[in-house]
Write a protein that binds this ligand. Structure first.
Ligand code: F6P
Length: 283
């Protein structure tokens, strides 16, 4: 597994360099979710694909930017599902973006995720790695190298609220719940980049990030294999919770297609328990 984490560290530098220097236009193609691909998305995808090609423990790669599974090493053990540059349109306005990696052993489903990692490209580069049975570890680039900064853990209750999706298309239950958090004093923190938004909540002790099913997107927007399951693992390892709108742990998701999405809620215990009550889910 170490060779995978070392590769993630090295691609983080290359992608950061591309963000700071590359052409920000669109390519001529769409990704598998029907979104126009930015040149930077494609470039980041190529950086990751090339870097993992020589890592023998990696059997397959599944990219948010491509259809299907790419076989790398027949005798490899792990499949890496990744979003090379999540929130990439935010680069245009100079906000933080990120890369997300889910490392799976066996069938591609939540219960087979063995580790996850994400990189935040902001004023600094930061990396968080989560492995089973351990608190996630935060790394920061200091003097040109990733240095371990410490463990990440969430408090029982936080102060931040990051509600995703178009409010007009939320259910009344969801709107009433989000309003109730603000009425309790929660502060709005939503940049539109899943990686920095979830990172902020984790590092500042807690709160809630939600991306519900909406009238236009009943299954939500965020992709299970590349975004939802890797972050669900992070939040659980950090002492928080991650569930869908039925109260199921997101770690129990079994996607039927690599690009399936799911409504998702990530947070510290107090907020997720409050959400369960609001949604009529038994605690
Ligand atoms: O998946 C892409 C993404 O940009 C996420 O990073 C982010 O959380 C979400 O979409 C934002 O979506 P919306 O603008 O609908 O809230």
């Amino acid at each position: 597994m170490n060779s995978i984490f070392e590769t993630i560290k090295s691609v983080a530098f290359d992608i950061d360099h591309a963000i700071k220097t590359a052409d920000l236009g669109y390519s001529d193609s769409e990704n598998s979710s029907g979104e126009d691909q930015l040149k930077l998305d494609v470039q980041s995808d190529i950086i990751i694909e090339k870097a993992f090609a020589s890592v023998s423990v990696v059997k397959n790669l599944v990219s948010e930017e491509k259809e299907g599974v790419m076989e790398l090493n027949e005798n490899g053990t792990y499949t890496i599902c990744y979003d090379p540059l999540d929130g990439s349109s935010l680069v245009d306005v100079n906000l933080s973006v990120g890369s997300i990696f889910g490392i799976y052993k066996g069938e591609l489903q939540g219960s087979n995720l063995v580790a996850s990692a994400y990189v935040v490209y902001g004023p600094r580069i930061e990396l968080v790695i989560a492995e089973k049975g351990k608190k996630p570890l935060l790394y920061r680039v200091i003097a040109g190298e990733f240095k371990e900064v410490g463990e990440v853990f969430m408090d029982e209750k936080g102060k931040l609220n990051a509600p995703g999706g178009t409010q007009q298309n939320w259910s009344t239950t969801h709107k009433t719940f989000v309003d109730s958090l603000f009425a309790e004093g929660y502060r709005l923190r939503y940049s539109g980049g899943m990686v920095p938004d979830l990172h902020q909540i984790m590092l500042k002790g807690g709160g809630l990030f939600s991306y519900p099913g909406t009238t236009d997107k009943p299954d939500g927007k965020l992709r299970q294999l590349f975004e939802v399951i890797p972050f669900a693992f992070m939040y659980e390892q950090a002492g928080g919770q991650a569930i869908n709108n039925k109260g199921m742990r997101l770690m129990e998701l079994v996607p039927s297609h690599p690009h399936d999405t799911s409504p998702c809620f990530f947070g510290s215990n107090y907020e997720v328990n409050a959400l369960k009550s609001a949604y009529g889910i038994e605690n």
